[in-house]
Design a protein around this ligand. Structure first.
Ligand SMILES: NC(=O)c1ccc[n+]([C@@H]2O[C@H](COP(=O)([O-])OP(=O)(O)OC[C@H]3O[C@@H](n4cnc5c(N)ncnc54)[C@H](O)[C@@H]3O)[C@@H](O)[C@H]2O)c1
Length: 379
């Protein structure tokens, strides 16, 4: 069968996420494979239109990837009827108003998280999209990671018995920018530009927790800025007004307690940059981005506390690797394909703007908990 084509307006493609994960590893990879396969076996090919602020960068990028369509004028791109989909990977603080324009132009919307800077803003987008009858989706990339897919498989297979707790460590040292360049854009460390690790990561933690273990009912968090000054891309020192670490306890529906540390001021002594340990009555698992190990009840060793004797057991060697049992494609690409099928063939894509709203609501609740020194319930 011949492939139909579907234009996609891609805004923010010169950024870190927009370029690498969304343009190169998703949309261009989909083009390379001949499009997105639909349930009836036919294919739809994606035709990106690159949108950004810098004409030279866009022209160069288009040229390097054999693309012809780019513009610095969002309205021109949105007026193109061959493009029913708008994608946004811009800086968070400028996203909301671009999405409003895209909804008003009748486009289906797929976007990086967070959908907007506030619950109010995200809710307004959700109801505007609903009124306009356009489909909408938010990136939920962590759910498509091999490590988390294996964890989900364990949950679905009843491996854990009753799940008691989840403890997660996310983070790594982000250089301050003085003697070595920071490896993340400086806006992430300025609250006035939409930065902050709570806003960034709680959006992810919300969908990870609700899709694997249960919706978050309450949060208690301590949010801090460990590194108060940093140096930006041009070598100029600036005040880091946003939080760079968040230590939080999440109470989940069903009684699971999740405790997640998120930090850009921590040095890694783990196997992966994010790891979740899940303990249940019948077994435990530790999952990272890719790997996942388990320790079932029957194979649980019997440690005995004795500080006078040097430990002889190798605790890490007492875990068993969970096999892949499948081929894992790039999660960003897989979700793109799922969203495109949702647009074209009306197949399910549950990660919509309301899922995005819940993520931002959790981030706001975490910040409120820290500010007021109390536990915050989510209704
Ligand atoms: N899903 C994930 O795991 C993940 C990871 C990192 C970032 N993100 C999200 O992706 C988005 C982009 O993050 P990034 O790390 O790629 O940032 P980045 O700074 O590398 O890219 C930002 C993009 O926005 C554009 N932009 C538009 N208006 C701008 C303005 N007024 N000032 C500055 N830039 C402007 C830039 O040109 C650039 O293309 C953010 O919303 C962030 O929350 C998601």
């Amino acid at each position: 069968m011949t492939a139909r084509s579907l234009g996609v307006v891609m805004n923010g493609v010169t950024g870190r996420m927009g370029y690498r994960q969304h343009l190169v590893r998703s949309v261009l990879a989909i083009r390379e494979q001949g499009g997105v396969e639909l349930p009836d076996g036919s294919r739809v090919q994606l035709e990106p239109v690159l949108v950004g602020r810098d004409a030279a960068k866009l022209a160069d990028m288009a040229d390097r990837h054999g693309l012809t369509r780019w513009t610095t004028d969002l309205d021109v791109a949105l007026s193109d009827d061959s493009c029913p989909v708008y994608f946004d990977a811009q800086l968070t603080s400028v996203r909301e108003k671009s999405i409003v324009r895209a909804i008003d132009a009748g486009k289906h919307i797929y976007t990086e998280k967070p959908v907007a800077e506030s619950v109010e803003g995200a809710l307004a987008l959700a109801s505007r999209a609903a009124d306009a009858g356009v489909k909408n989706g938010v990136v939920h990339d962590k759910l498509y990671l091999p490590g988390l897919l294996k964890l989900k498989r364990l949950v679905d297979g009843g491996f854990f018995g009753r799940i008691l707790s989840v403890r997660g460590e996310f983070g790594y040292w982000v250089f301050e920018g003085d003697w070595q360049a920071a490896q993340r854009p400086s806006w992430n460390y300025r609250a006035e530009d939409g930065g902050g690790i709570t806003v960034d990561m709680f959006c992810h933690w919300n969908y990870v927790l609700e899709n694997l273990f249960g919706a978050v009912n309450a949060v208690t968090a301590k949010v801090v800025t460990h590194i108060p000054t940093r140096v930006d891309e041009s070598g100029t020192p600036y005040d880091a007004t946003a939080d760079d670490a968040a230590y939080a306890i999440f109470e989940l529906a069903g009684g699971v307690i999740a405790q997640l540390n998120s930090s850009w001021a921590v040095r890694v002594h783990r196997d992966e940059l994010v790891e979740f340990q899940v303990d249940g009555t019948h077994g435990s698992a530790v999952a990272g981005l890719h790997g996942c190990v388990v320790q079932p009840r029957a194979a649980t060793p019997r440690p005995v506390w004795n500080p006078d004797v040097k430990e002889t057991q190798s605790f890490r060697s007492q875990w068993q690797e969970v096999p892949d049992n499948a081929e894992f494609d790039n999660g960003f690409k897989v979700q793109w394909e799922q969203f495109i099928r949702h647009v074209v063939a009306d197949t399910p894509h549950p990660y919509d703007f309301m899922a995005g709203v819940r993520g931002i609501r959790l981030a706001e609740a975490g910040l409120e908990s820290s500010r007021t020194n109390r536990r915050v319930e989510l209704s």
